[in-house]
Design a protein around this ligand. Structure first.
Ligand code: SAM
Length: 216
């Protein structure tokens, strides 16, 4: 998959525009729910940062937000950094690193808000499970996670939802009519101590994803 090209869907009239609107709405609501003061955000597999950079740059709380965007593709990292610089978001950093290991979040975790958008569709069910199981280490108390799991991928949204429930989260928002499968969950169990050296996921190869019906 060419992950730089994938972002063309964000262009005017592109298929990611409506998804972006929903994700940003949920991020706005999540941010409003964090008490006054500093806010830490982590974006896992952040791509070009359209969601978090676009939303926070127009927020009255932009000065409160520290954000860590993790992305592997150097072209997307450069584009995310350009957006951050253009928006003059001082508290933002982009880490070009593997988002699948906890070491990458050292110094950024735990967060008030974690974004996991456009990731589950590239993972096996086991890796969705281990990612969600690790989130209580990446979240502060009452931390919120905004995630997506396209509803056209058989069973994916249901599997991810069940994993969130198993690992101490409650659903805050989801819309059965939203084809992109955007959701917001909140940690109600106690956060777990952050530990480095743990692998949460690796993107699966194309044959595996075809077999799972994930290539949509
Ligand atoms: C479907 S895109 C989603 C991007 C962004 N979250 C969004 O919704 O616009 C998935 C992104 O994950 C990145 N990626 C894939 N494997 C990664 C890894 N192990 N660590 C960090 N980023 C990764 C890709 O380069 C790509 O930009």
């Amino acid at each position: 998959m060419d992950w730089h090209r994938w972002h063309q869907g964000y262009q005017e009239g592109g298929k990611l525009q409506e998804r972006l609107r929903i994700v940003q709405d949920q991020l706005r609501l999540a941010l409003a729910a964090v008490p006054p003061g500093p806010v830490q955000i982590i974006s896992v597999c952040a791509g070009q940062g359209h969601d978090v950079v676009g939303m926070v740059s127009g927020s009255e709380r932009r000065g409160d937000v520290r954000a860590c965007l993790v992305e592997l593709d150097g072209r997307n990292v450069a584009e995310a950094q350009r957006r951050i610089d253009d928006a003059d978001l001082q508290g933002f950093e982009v880490r070009q690193a593997d988002a699948g290991i906890t070491d990458t979040y050292d110094g950024a975790a735990p967060a008030d808000i974690v974004l996991l958008c456009g990731e589950f569709g590239s993972l096996t069910d086991d890796d969705v499970e281990s990612t969600v199981a690790t989130l209580p280490q990446l979240c502060k108390e009452r931390g919120q996670v905004i995630w997506t799991a396209h509803r056209a991928a058989p069973g994916l949204f249901e599997h991810a939802s069940a994993a969130f429930e198993r690992h101490g989260f409650v659903p805050v928002w989801k819309d059965p009519n939203d084809p992109f499968g955007v959701a917001r969950d909140q940690l109600v169990a106690r956060p777990r101590e952050f530990r480095t050296g743990q692998r949460m996921f690796s993107f699966a190869d194309e044959q595996t994803l075809i077999a799972l019906g994930r290539t949509i």
